[in-house]
Design a protein around this ligand. Structure first.
Ligand code: 6R9
Length: 630
């Protein structure tokens, strides 16, 4: 499956465009199927209706676990590095991981979980999180992992949208010097979630928790009651594997749906190729399993390829800014996959944290989540890769399931801040506002994909129309990514950022409408408008313009209150970096907020605000500019 030269890439790419079915069938042959497909692909982007490997039967956990046992049973599958460096790390071999997954799958069965049931997972970054995910897949339950930073309300919304039957959580989580009371958050969430019959609680932080009789049970008790024999459920290639919620332009997060066969093939293929993974190498992806990057490149991609994957519970700056490098040294990490925000944050500590740390095990570096600026790219290249490791700047999305546009390590010549070229099977196009394809090089436009790939989303859970409207209606017969992009003279792609109302804060997608809804829940707020602005570490920060009618109120207090409201409604990750109180917002006569103007003001660039004559009250703009300066 691995591509070894640029010439081979070009040849493979051409084949994947000329004969996509033949190409993907060849890739899929590298996986374990209980029964092969009748048809590789049927599709249309108008409904949309996309089916890969129709008629095929498989279980993804047999690909991630069972098939490695004979030859690699004792090979480390997971290396877990705890938050606290003085505590021991834990290594799970493929054999042990297989046993734990089967055992926990039996716990789920014993508690009434059946094929097709949805299970919400809200856990710290511990090996049991991967075990829980895989145990769901083992029995054909659909997992919906919710990142540990979301609030009770966000969790409740997600649980209700998917009608989850079971929740898997832990007493608490460690993150740097903080503790997050996961079970308490779940208790609050579940007040409004009638579908949940059972909550399975892992002991981790040993913080006291309350257990509801008949509903809450301990992980440790349950696994004693079952054995390790759990045959893998036979799944159809197009059966649901998981739901993962992500923000869009509207207020309500969407449940992106991925299915078993195509997702597996795509995550495995891209992992193996992009990172040039070699047997016995250690792969470290610093994302959280609560995001798509963790799903595809901590769990499914690496394990499907029999790799050793690191799960790191902590954060790069705890107990100090050398932590991530220490982890690389300690576990002799060969491939490090991280985010620009982490790189920028560590850069700001200078080179001292790198002193005396041995990074010589590193062979490949990767970046994901947001555009990487040239300065961060060079710092990463020179100080971490010692100018000797290719950097793969991987562009992709929750919806795409796996990496789409990226260099292939040791194959594609890289260029700082460019995601470079599409992987085999991916047909990107740039389109103008009217939906016309912009051909040739040295052009920019909105990034679309014009042909299906196995890892793409199939629907948004419970609302297929929304999937169609969001991704397939802006431009006819194309998947619209929501990103702007340029293609340079060499045909290389550079992602320039979202063109919709989504802000990318430290690589996390946050919808402006979501934040506005949360702010507006505060009793003192009449209306608000939220935009992104350039932030040195986070990439983008959140800037909120808020109309507060009570001019005599204490602004600092109201500000604090609003931050608390947002934390309660969405989670701390959505807290605005700046809140500016204003008496009005720039609106058109039809009542639309002109965000373009607010964006300029937030950027501090008011020299050219463009045409503001269509505004209902142009004077508010001057007032906002004046206030923003202070
Ligand atoms: C994997 C992931 C997707 C959005 C995407 C884009 C941005 C991701 C990027 C990148 C520039 C890269 N993005 N990778 N922008 N260069 N290498 O991050 O998924 O959380 O769904 O975010 O992130 O704007 O549309 P997700």
């Amino acid at each position: 499956m691995q591509i070894n030269s640029f010439e081979e890439y070009q040849r493979t790419y051409q084949l994947s465009v000329d004969q996509p079915e033949q190409f993907w069938a060849g890739i899929a042959d590298n996986f374990l199927w209980k029964k092969k497909w009748d048809k590789v692909l049927s599709w249309n982007f108008s409904e949309p209706n996309i089916k890969w490997f129709e008629g095929a039967k498989l279980n993804i956990t047999e690909n991630c676990l069972d098939r490695h046992l004979a030859e690699n049973g004792d090979k480390p599958a997971i290396i877990w590095e705890p938050n606290d460096p003085s505590k021991d790390s834990i290594t799970l071999s493929y054999k042990i991981l297989h046993e734990q997954v089967c055992r926990f799958a039996n716990v789920l069965k014993k508690n009434g979980v059946q094929k097709g049931d949805r299970v919400c997972i809200y856990m710290p970054m511990v090996p049991e999180l991967a075990v829980a995910v895989l145990a769901c897949a083992r029995i054909g339950a659909v997992h919906s992992v919710v990142f540990g930073g979301f609030s009770a309300k966000s969790i409740a919304d997600r649980i209700n949208d998917a009608q989850c039957r079971v929740v898997i959580t832990a007493d608490g989580a460690f993150r740097g010097n903080k503790q997050i009371q996961l079970k308490e958050v779940i208790d609050d969430a579940l007040i409004g979630c009638p579908s949940v019959a059972k909550v399975i609680v892992l002991t981790h932080t040993r913080t006291p928790v309350s257990m509801l009789k008949g509903r809450d049970i301990w992980w440790e008790d349950e696994i004693k009651l079952v054995d390790t024999n759990c045959p893998a459920e036979e799944m159809d290639a197009e059966d649901l594997l998981f739901i993962l919620y992500t923000s869009g332009s509207t207020g309500k997060p969407k449940g992106v749906v991925h299915t078993v066969g195509g997702y597996m093939v795509y995550a495995g293929y891209t992992f193996s190729n992009v990172f040039n993974y070699q047997p016995d190498e250690v792969f470290f992806c610093t994302a959280d399993i609560g995001w798509i990057t963790g799903h595809s490149y901590i769990v499914y991609g690496p394990l499907s390829q029999g790799a050793t994957t690191v799960i790191f519970e902590g954060i790069p700056t705890y107990p100090d800014a050398s932590r991530m490098w220490q982890v690389v040294e300690k576990h002799k990490v060969n491939i490090l996959y991280t985010a620009p925000t982490a790189i920028r944050s560590l850069m700001s500590f200078g080179l001292q944290p790198l002193e005396g740390v041995d990074l010589s095990s590193l062979r490949v570096l990767g970046s994901v989540g947001e555009p990487i600026n040239e300065e961060a790219w060079h710092w990463f290249d020179e100080n971490i890769g010692k100018s000797n490791c290719p950097i793969v700047d991987t562009w992709w999305q929750t919806e795409t399931g796996g990496i789409m546009i990226s260099p292939i390590a040791f194959v594609t010549p890289t260029k700082p801040s460019f995601a470079t070229l599409p992987l085999p099977g991916i047909q990107p196009v740039l389109v103008d506002e009217q939906g016309n394809e912009i051909e040739g090089n040295g052009v920019s436009g909105n990034l679309c994909i014009k042909f299906p790939w196995p890892g793409m989303l199939r629907t948004t859970y419970g609302d297929h129309e929304r999937c169609k409207q969001t991704y397939f209606s802006t431009y006819e017969n194309m998947y619209f990514t929501g990103d702007g992009c340029l293609r340079d003279e060499d045909g290389y792609y550079r992602i320039t950022g979202r063109v919709d109302d989504v802000i990318n804060v430290s690589g996390h997608r946050i919808g402006t409408a979501e934040v506005e809804n949360a702010i507006n829940m505060h009793a003192g707020v009449v209306e608000s408008a939220v935009v992104g602005f350039p932030h040195e570490v986070k990439g983008q920060g959140i800037y909120a313009f808020v109309i507060n009618p009570n001019v005599h109120s204490d602004e600092d207090l109201t500000r604090k209150d609003i931050l608390q409201t947002v934390t309660r409604v969405i989670g701390a990750i959505a807290k605005p970096d700046k809140i500016l109180f204003v008496s009005g917002l720039p609106k058109t006569r039809s009542g639309k907020i002109m965000r373009r103007i607010l964006r300029k003001i937030a950027e501090g660039d008011t020299s050219n605000l463009g045409d503001i004559t269509t505004l209902l009250d142009p004077a508010v703009v001057d007032e906002i500019i004046e206030k923003a300066k202070k």
